[in-house]
Structure formats: C-alpha cells, structure tokens
Design a binder for this molecule. Structure first.
Ligand SMILES: *Cc1c(COP(=O)(O)O)cnc(C)c1O
Length: 491
C-alpha cells in the first residue's frame, strides 16, 4: 500500500518512508491511497486474541511494507513487558449504564501512550528497513503531557534521540517531575525560561533553520517531530476501536454485525479519526460523536460546515483539548471528498484567513458518520460528580466532556465512551468537582486523597515520583536552545 499527500503532489511513499518523513513535501498529511477492507470473520477472529495480537492483525492491513515479524516486534516492545498496568492494554470497563474504553493504562497515564509507545518502534524499524544512515533526533516543545509520553516512548530506541523543551513556569509540579526524572540513555529534558509559546516558537525556528539542519545532517543527525500528524501516530489508534468491539462481542454485549457508537473527547482530531478509519475498514460503527470543551471549533464545524478559528481561546480543565486548529481534520476532508485540490484550497484559506466552508454536500456526508457536542468547565465538573454518584467511577475532565455528550444522546444503546486520561493526572480538578477540600495540600497528598475514593490504585509512574532521582536540570534562555540541540546532537 502506498501513501499519498492530502494536497495532491505526486509523491507516493511506502508506510516506512511516510513515517520517516512525517509531513508531505507540499505541507499535506500522508494518507493511504486506498482503504483496506475487513469482513466480519476478521472481526470475530479478534475475540479471543490478546491486544498485541489484535494490533498485529489491524496494523498489517496498513503497514504492508513491514514484515509480519517486524510488526510483531514493534508491538511487543510497545505494549509488552508490563509497560501497561492492565494486561488488556486498552480494557473496556462495562459499567451499569455505559461502557468505557480506558486508554490510560500506559506508562504516563494518558491516551498519548497508545500511539507514542508504538511510533518510536515503527520509526526505528523504518530507519533500518530503508537503510537510513542518519540518527533521528526528535525535538518536542511541550506544555506537559505529550513531552513525557514521547520521552517514555523513545527512551533507548535504537537510532533515535529525543530532546524535550518545557516552559520553566508553564507546567504543573507533577508534570515537571515526570520529565526531569526521565531515565534512558538517549533523552534530554531542558527547561526554557518563559512560557509555552517561547518553547514552541524556539523549536519551530530550529526546524526551519536550513543552515543549522544541513550542519546537523553532515554530522549524521536529522531532526524530526513526534506530533500527531505523523501516520505512525495515527495508525496505532485504529487498533483499539477493533479491540473494543471484539471485547463487547466476547462479553456477549453485542452480536456480530451490531452497530456501536463511540463518544470521543477531541482536540487535534486524531483519536476520533482513527475511529473513522476503523469504520471505513468495515467495523460496524453507527456514529462517532466528537466531544469538545469550550474551544468548540469542531462542534461548530460539524454542525455548519464552516471551520472558523477566529475566536477566543479558553484555558479549560481539560487542557489536552484546548486546541483551535485540529490538524487531522485534513485527513477526514480528503477521505470524504477524494479531492486533493479542494483540500489544498481549504487549507490555504485556513492559513490565510483562519476560516473555510466545505459546503452543504460535503457536510451532509460528514454528518452521516459524525455528531458533535461540547460542554464548558462547570458542566464538566457537574458530570464528574454525577457519574461518580451513579457509577462510582472517577472520570478525568477530558472523559467527563465525552460523558456529557453521551448523556445528551437520544440513542444510548451500544455506546462506548472513550476515556483518555487517568483521573490521577488531573487530581485537583477532579477532587474539586467531587467537593473535596484540597486547600493547602500538595500534589502527593492529593493523589492519596483521590486514591481513598477511586477503585484504581495510584499509577506507579505518578506514585514513584516522590522519591525519583532528578536527572535533568538544564535551564536555558530561548536564544540558547539551538546550542543545546547542537550539544546534545553531538553527544
Ligand atoms: C491528546 C488528548 C486528547 C485529544 O485527542 P486528539 O487526538 O488530539 O483529538 C484528549 N484527551 C487527552 C487526555 C489527551 O491527552
């Protein structure tokens, strides 16, 4: 299977090449040129397999240039070896009124692990397959969660290095501790004096500095990013939609062929788009419900066909969804229209005016598959309290946004809420929502407080932070970032 750009240049790449390159030369995203199809026998065949085995079956449909053995190796290194605290990796928790697909049992307790554990393995294998000589150095600017998940994923992966920049005064104490205690022989973590924009614009400048990149190339190092537009980050996420369906089949909650819906807390549109791919492949999906917080640009788009990022930006209690440009939407537009010229035009309008309109016909096709809803912080907190009362289940704020959308659905039959973070990662908001007194308590006391009412224990990666050794204490000015990258590249 070949991969092409959503914007229509004539590049045709293998999966391995697309994963190494990341973004197409015309600025578009790589998509499979055709959609692999599976039948019900394939889906029923997943029922009695482990998550890893299911992953191999689904990934093989897309990564046709990887051998079976290569895919098995990647999957084992990503999801094996007790890196996840639940043997099911992405278990479906079947509660009284609804089922919850838990995507936060990985090393950093958030859904980013599902993709960022596998992407480095796919990349490292791709470098070997294509006999690439350079070492790939991943640069990440992070406001918290992605940086840690990327560090855990790339730690000690051959032919790669990772350097993460975080704002000196822009991450929570737990997030900072998670990063500065990072282990691994190929990792660097550096604080940048300033806020997230300083760190991010610093990294962007380094990526676009041609002379600097050429100099690194001469030394055998290529820079790359781990962000969610890489095909290698999207494809791992298709697996858990199949896995969830297989789990419901196995539990006798549905019969083969029954349609199910997923409600997905959405930011960059990667998670929910993976559900779209699963549906296009043949998984019986009725609706994909896109749940947003107050940054509800996608709710408006899915209701009107007009994408308009010219609006206020809100900092919410579900920060991983505080996004006004959802990059992966471009892939959906391509698959719905099959028209690269149209997609390129809309993306040009978005870049120039912050706005585009896909028109009534395209919108109608999208609405056959997608629905949308949003909730503000007050509604989200109220939801955390309400469903805790009903189900004794502690949801994090991102999951609660989806829960709210679920509550408002007319047809509640066979619905799965996709849960994207452990509540322990957002203990302050969660405890406040549950009317607990948090005044004067530090992060570790809050973890204990939450543990007293949650049926899940404190994740090891968070609990262990209290005594973990600090291994990274470099702090730089924005102007010193390039030098820091160079020093680490040559190390
Ligand atoms: C990244 C993230 C999301 C949003 O997922 P997208 O693929 O960007 O739509 C939702 N919840 C949490 C906890 C996340 O980390």
């Amino acid at each position: 299977m070949k991969y092409i750009s959503t914007r229509g240049n004539n590049q045709e790449l293998t999966a391995a090449e697309a994963i190494i390159q990341g973004l197409a030369e015309d600025g578009g995203l790589f998509v499979p040129e055709s959609m692999p199809k599976v039948n019900m026998a394939f889906i029923e065949g997943l029922k009695n397999l482990s998550y890893q085995q299911r992953a191999v079956k689904v990934l093989s449909q897309f990564l046709t240039d990887y051998t079976q053995t290569e895919i098995e190796g990647c999957v084992e290194r990503a999801y094996g070896d007790q890196k996840f605290d639940d043997a099911a990796i992405a278990p479906v928790n079947m509660l009284k009124n609804v089922s919850v697909l838990e995507l936060w049992h990985g090393p950093t307790s958030a859904f980013k692990d599902m993709a960022l554990q596998l992407l480095p393995q796919l990349l490292s294998t791709a470098l070997k397959k294509t006999k690439a000589k350079n070492e790939v150095m991943i640069l990440v600017a992070t406001s918290g969660d992605t940086g840690k998940a990327a560090l855990e994923g790339f730690k000690d992966v051959p032919q790669t290095k990772i350097m993460v920049f975080y704002p000196d005064n822009g991450v929570s104490r737990i997030q900072r501790l998670q990063m500065v205690t990072q282990q691994g022989g190929n990792v660097a973590v550096t604080a940048v004096k300033g806020n997230f924009d300083d760190a991010q614009s610093g990294v962007k400048e380094i990526f676009s500095d041609k002379a600097f990149n050429a100099r690194l190339n001469e030394k055998g190092v290529s820079l790359s990013s781990a962000n969610s537009i890489n095909w290698g980050r999207l494809v791992p996420q298709i697996v858990y939609y199949f896995s969830a369906y297989a789990d419901l089949l196995k539990a006798g909650k549905i019969k083969a062929g029954d349609q199910i819906s997923f409600v997905v807390p959405t930011g960059n549109f990667g998670d929910i788009l993976a559900g779209f791919y699963a549906r296009e492949m043949g998984l019986p999906v009725k609706k994909l419900v896109c749940a947003s917080n107050a940054n509800n640009v996608l709710t408006d788009f899915l209701n009107t066909g007009i994408y308009d990022r010219n609006r206020d930006f809100y900092k919410t209690i579900s920060p991983s969804m505080d996004i006004l440009i959802s990059s992966n939407l471009e892939r959906l537009l391509y698959h719905i229209t099959n028209d690269t010229a149209k997609v390129a035009g809309w993306m040009k309008e978005l870049a120039e005016t912050g706005k585009y309109d896909v028109g009534a016909e395209v919108l109608a096709r999208i609405k056959e598959i997608f629905a949308a809803d949003w909730s503000n912080d007050d509604a989200t907190k109220a939801m955390i309290a309400k469903e805790y009362q009903q189900e004794k289940y502690v949801a994090d704020p991102h999951t609660a946004v989806a829960w709210n959308a679920f509550e408002k659905m007319a047809d509640k039959e066979n619905v799965i809420i996709v849960s994207t973070a452990s509540p322990y990662k957002f203990n302050e908001s969660v405890l406040t929502a549950l009317s607990k007194d948090i005044a004067g308590k530090n992060e570790f006391q809050l973890l204990d407080e939450l543990a007293a009412i949650n049926s899940f224990a404190i994740p090891e990666g968070l609990g262990n932070l209290k005594n973990a050794e600090i291994r990274h204490n470099q702090v730089v000015n924005k102007s010193e970032m390039t030098k820091a990258v160079l020093n680490f590249a040559l190390k």
